[in-house]
Design a protein around this ligand. Structure first.
Ligand code: BES
Ligand code: MN
Length: 444
C-alpha cells in the first residue's frame, strides 16, 4: 500500500505548469490522476472542461439539512526556472531535513492534498463524512483563474455552500497554527516605452534623441517618494485603515516581528511606507512593485546601442476598499502624466482581483480556530496575508460564502522560486487539521 507521502509524491511528479503551453498534456494528466483519487474515495467526481485547463469537482452524497463545505485548491504550479538553482529536480520530489522538496509542495498540491486525505481517512474510519463536502480543485490559479468565474456562475446551485475552506496561504512560523482572514488584491500593468524607429548607434545618435530606457527609469522612479510611499495621485483614497485591535494582535504574533521578516527575506533594513511595522505593511497596506524591466543590451560585455524601446511590468497589491480597475487607471494616468518628452508609451492592462477580508471570530472562524488548535496543540494566530487569491472574493460574490484560510506554508517554503518545499510536520498535522475541521463544521 502506498503511504500518504508516496501518494503526494505521485501528485508532485506531474509538471502541471499552467502558463506553459508545452505542458497542456501534463496538466490534464494531473487532473485525471486527481479525479482517480476522489473516485477511489467513493466521491461523485467530474473533470470539468473549460477553454483552458480542466477543473476537478468531487462531492459526497449531499444530504439536505447538513452544512456544506466547499474545499478549494489548485493543482497547477508555477514554472521552475531558474532550473540550475534547484538542489533536487523540481518534479522528482524527495524528503530532506524534514521537508518535502519539489514544485507544488506548498503551492498548492501538498496543501490541498491534506484535505483529500483528511476526508479519505474520515470515510475509512467513520464510514462517511459528517457533512456535505464539495472539492473544487482548479488548474489555472497561477494564471489568474480565467475560466473559474464563468464556471462558478454556471454552477451556482451545484456549488451552493455555507463556507469555503482553503489551505493555500502561509503559517507564520513552524508549529504556530495560523488562520488567515484577509488577502491582498492585485492589479497588473505592462508598459512599453518607444523612442527611435530602430536601435541606433549610441555614439552616432546618442544625446540628440530620447533614450527609452532612461525614460522608463524616470517613469518607474516617479511611482514612489524616496521614503517608499506611493506617489500615484489618489492611490490611497479608498484604503480602509487597519484597526487598533489588529495592530495590537499582530504585534504579538510570533514570527512576525521586523527582525523575523528581515531574517527570512535577507534584507538589511525595513523599507517602505513610513509609520507601519513590516507585518502591517504586508498585511494591510497597498503596494506598487516593479516585477520586471528591460531594454537594450543584456549580454556580456558592452554594446554601444541606443535601444528603440524599453519595457517594465508592474503589479499593485491592493487592500480592502480599493477597486482594482480604478487603481489600474490611476497608475496608467500617472504614467502618462509622467511620460518624458521624446518617447511614446503603450500600456497594456493585465489581470486584476479584489482584496478579501472576513471576520475571524464568526462561528465558522471559531470552528477553524478550534480545528487548528486541536491538530497543532496551541491556539492559532489570526493574520491577513500579503499574497492574493482573487477567486476567493469572486466566490464570496457569486456563491455568497466566506473562506477560511488555513495556511500551512512556512515562511521559508520558497513558493514560486527554486527549492519550493513543504514541511513534513505540516503535511501530517494538516491531515489531522482537515479531519478536525470537518468535525467542527458539522456541528454548526
Ligand atoms: N498561494 C498563492 C497565494 C498566497 C501565498 C497567499 C502565500 C498567501 C500567502 C497563490 O498561488 C498565488 O501565488 N497567487 C498569486 C495570484 C496571482 C497570480 C493572481 C499571487 O499572489 O501573486
Ligand atoms: Mn502561487
Amino acid at each position: 500500500m502506498p503511504t500518504d507521502l508516496d501518494r503526494l509524491f505521485e501528485h508532485l511528479r506531474f509538471p502541471s505548469i499552467s502558463t506553459d503551453s508545452r505542458h497542456v498534456a501534463d496538466v490534464r494528466a494531473n487532473a485525471e490522476w486527481l479525479k482517480g483519487q476522489f473516485l477511489a474515495m467513493g466521491l461523485q467526481t467530474e473533470l470539468h472542461e473549460t477553454p483552458g485547463h480542466p477543473l476537478v469537482v468531487a462531492r459526497n452524497e449531499q444530504i439536505a439539512g447538513r452544512p456544506t463545505v466547499l474545499i478549494y485548491g489548485h493543482y497547477d504550479v508555477q514554472p521552475v526556472d531558474p532550473l540550475e538553482l534547484w538542489e533536487s529536480a523540481p518534479f522528482e520530489p524527495e524528503v530532506r531535513d524534514g521537508k518535502i522538496w519539489g514544485r507544488g509542495g506548498a503551492d498548492n498540491k501538498g496543501q490541498h492534498f491534506v484535505h483529500l486525505l483528511g476526508a479519505e481517512k474520515t470515510i475509512q474510519e467513520e464510514g462517511q463524512l459528517p457533512l456535505n463536502v464539495i472539492f473544487l480543485i482548479e488548474g489555472e490559479e497561477e494564471i489568474g483563474s480565467p475560466n473559474l468565474v464563468p464556471f462558478l456562475k454556471e454552477h451556482v446551485d451545484d456549488l451552493a455552500c455555507d463556507i469555503i475552506a482553503v489551505s493555500d496561504t502561509g503559517m507564520v512560523a513552524p508549529s504556530v497554527p495560523t488562520l488567515g482572514y484577509g488577502l491582498r488584491g492585485i492589479t497588473c500593468l505592462e508598459v512599453t516605452v518607444k523612442g527611435p524607429s530602430g536601435d541606433l548607434h549610441s555614439g552616432v545618435y546618442g544625446g540628440c534623441v530620447a533614450n527609452p530606457a532612461t525614460a522608463a527609469a524616470r517613469m518607474i522612479a516617479s511611482l514612489h517618494h524616496a521614503d517608499g510611499k506611493i506617489a500615484v495621485e489618489g492611490f490611497y483614497d479608498d484604503v480602509i485603515a487597519l484597526e487598533d485591535w489588529e495592530r495590537e494582535m499582530w504585534a504579538q504574533v510570533p514570527g512576525a516581528t521586523n527582525q523575523d521578516f528581515l531574517a527570512t527575506t535577507g534584507s538589511p533594513v525595513p523599507f517602505g511606507e513610513p509609520g507601519y511595522s513590516m507585518a502591517e505593511q504586508l498585511w494591510a497596506r497597498p503596494t506598487v512593485e516593479v516585477n520586471g524591466m528591460g531594454g537594450g543590451y543584456q549580454g556580456e560585455g558592452s554594446k554601444t546601442v541606443l535601444p528603440a524601446e524599453a519595457m517594465f511590468k508592474l503589479s499593485c497589491r491592493l487592500v480592502p476598499g480599493q477597486d482594482p480597475d480604478k487603481v489600474q487607471q490611476q497608475v496608467e494616468d500617472h504614467l502618462r502624466k509622467h511620460l518624458p518628452t521624446g518617447v511614446t508609451v503603450e500600456i497594456y492592462k493585465g489581470h486584476s482581483g479584489k482584496a478579501y477580508h472576513n471576520d475571524p471570530h464568526s462561528i465558522y472562524g471559531k470552528a477553524a480556530q478550534a480545528a487548528l488548535a486541536k491538530s497543532f496543540g496551541r491556539e492559532p494566530v489570526l493574520i491577513r496575508e500579503g499574497g492574493s487569491i482573487p477567486i476567493i472574493q469572486d466566490m464570496k460574490e457569486i456563491l455568497g460564502a466566506d473562506s477560511l484560510m488555513l495556511g500551512l506554508a512556512l515562511p521559508d517554503c520558497q513558493i514560486h522560486a527554486p527549492n519550493e518545499n513543504f514541511a513534513v510536520e505540516n503535511f501530517e498535522k494538516g491531515i489531522e487539521m482537515s479531519r478536525e475541521l470537518l468535525k467542527e463544521l458539522s456541528k454548526i
